[in-house]
Design a protein around this ligand. Structure first.
Ligand SMILES: CC(C)[C@H](C(=O)O)[C@@H](O)C(=O)O
Ligand code: SF4
Length: 469
């Protein structure tokens, strides 16, 4: 019999019961709770007068709707305010841990989970949010769930699920100058489409993955959902263990030693068979920019927008045409030099310390172009503090960036940070759908270094021109 993949091993270790129809009742170790996706779940709990099975398995934080300009505390808007207040009330009522907006542990769920050591290898972790795939960077099965699934987790700590197929993406080589984990995942999606991962749990492996930092691995797993898969996973190694050591919710003392022994054994067997295999040599990858309204509509910085008139498939032709029209771009336009109005550095994809450092290296000694509004939104207050300790805030502010507090911010038009219709944004976030950053707003996805380059030049730019050799 062939060996098992890492995903299958963690799955089997959490299986409580197998059903005749092939489904499994899976034990869920951890649940992250944010304000936008859970009000109905709490309401269902209230109505059924159900109890929460294990209060310590849940961690709550409000991130999507919160203002990031907290010098002028707002939360004025009716819905945002209600969502945040409801989360605080519910956490209190059910005895769940809540990380307050004004506390030093606040941040985007997917940034704070690993940061506080809530995210651990070998576990199952869920959240009512599709980018829960991020946490798989730590070697756990982590995925987004819906409101009714949240209720099951609250009540029973279990979910009835069907096991996904498995796919391995083997990344070889090492990242070229000016190319980052963001470019790798954008390139993968551009090459294979947004449907490639549907029904599969994707394990990232190979020398290029071993070479990535934990933060880069999180960027990769984060956008796995944009490749159609709910689960991205990377086997834990020395970097994973170093990252977690001493985190407040990580095991301590003898438990830590026991955990590390177990984590070191967590990997796919050499003879494990994946349902699908993809290989990618990262040395082939150039800085990427999305030009359209889906993450696969992405090109190299030195390429041009496509020409729908030469596309044979009528559906695809129509999609490209519509996308160009929404983005206000002509066919065959070089993406380089397209002017931008906004630059957003942040989100659960690229709002961590290394992302801010990569952007700061480009900004250092330079100024944001006069017509550009540029904001840096650290993914958490801990990231903000660490960046300030390194003086990054001074550097960003001197260049003309606004230095904000943690939250989802411009990644999603659910708070005060939004584009106006027709505005174009160089953004380090993960989704470029119509209206994602505000009604009529136009999003170009890219790495933090590329976004910083766009801020300085006032247009989409090849970051390699601004990098020291
Ligand atoms: C609002 C939330 C449920 C949503 C998600 O599921 O991912 C958001 O975080 C997003 O990035 O689109
Ligand atoms: S930062 Fe963006 S992608 Fe991440 S959870 Fe918030 S809205 Fe979703």
């Amino acid at each position: 019999m062939a060996g098992a993949t890492l995903y299958e091993k963690i799955w089997d270790a959490h299986a409580v019961r197998h059903y005749d129809d092939g489904a499994t009742l899976l034990y869920i170790d951890r649940h992250l709770v944010q304000e936008v996706s859970t009000p109905q779940s709490f309401l269902a709990l209230d109505t059924s007068r159900a109890r929460i099975h294990r209060a310590d398995a849940h961690l709550c934080v409000a991130d999507h709707a919160v203002p990031t300009d907290r010098e002028t505390p707002s939360l004025k808007d009716g819905l945002a305010r209600k969502q945040v207040e409801r989360l605080i009330e519910n956490a209190q009522k059910y005895g769940l841990k809540y990380l307050p907006l004004d506390g030093d542990r606040h941040g985007i769920v997917h940034v704070i989970g690993p940061e506080v050591g809530f995210t651990l290898p070998g576990t199952t972790l869920v959240c009512g949010d599709s980018h829960t795939s991020t946490h798989g960077a730590f070697g756990c099965i982590a995925f987004g769930i819906g409101a009714s699934e949240c209720v099951s987790v609250f009540r029973t700590q279990c979910l009835r699920l069907t096991r996904q197929k498995t796919m391995r993406v083997t990344l070889s080589g090492s990242l070229p100058h000016g190319v980052y984990a963001k470019d790798v995942i954008l390139s993968l999606i551009a090459r294979h489409g947004t449907g490639i991962g549907i029904g599969h749990a994707i394990e990232y492996a190979g020398p290029a993955v071993a070479g990535l930092s934990m933060e880069e691995r999180m960027t990769l797993c984060n956008m796995t959902i944009e490749a159609g898969s709910r689960i991205g996973i990377i086997a834990p190694d020395g970097k994973t263990i170093d990252y977690l050591k001493g985190r407040p919710l990580a095991p301590q003392g003898a438990n830590w030693d026991r955990a590390v022994t177990c984590w070191r054994s967590l990997k796919s067997d050499d003879d494990a068979v994946f349902d699908r295999e993809i290989d990618l040599d990262v040395r082939e990858i150039a800085p990427h920019v999305s030009w359209g309204t889906s993450p696969d509509l992405t090109i190299n910085i030195d390429q041009r927008t496509p020409d729908p008139s030469v596309i044979a498939d009528p559906k695809e032709r129509d999609r490209i045409r519509k996308s160009l029209a929404y983005m206000g771009l002509e066919p065959n336009t070089p993406i380089q030099n397209v002017p931008v109005d906004h630059v957003f550095i942040g989100s659960c994809t690229n709002g961590r310390l290394e992302d801010l450092q990569a952007a700061a290296r480009i900004i250092d000694g330079r100024k944001v172009a006069r017509h550009v509004k540029a904001i840096v939104v650290p993914g958490s207050m801990a990231v903000r503090k660490a960046a300030e300790e390194k003086g990054l805030h001074t550097l960003f502010k001197a260049a003309g960036f606004e230095w904000r507090h943690s939250g989802c911010s411009m990644c999603v038009g659910m708070n005060d940070d939004r584009l106006q219709p027709g505005q174009r944004c160089a953004s380090t976030s993960n989704r470029n759908f119509e209206g994602r950053q505000g009604v009529g707003g136009r999003t170009h996805l890219m790495s933090p270094a590329m976004a910083a380059a766009a801020a300085v030049k006032g247009c989409i730019t090849d970051v390699r021109e601004l990098l020291e050799p």
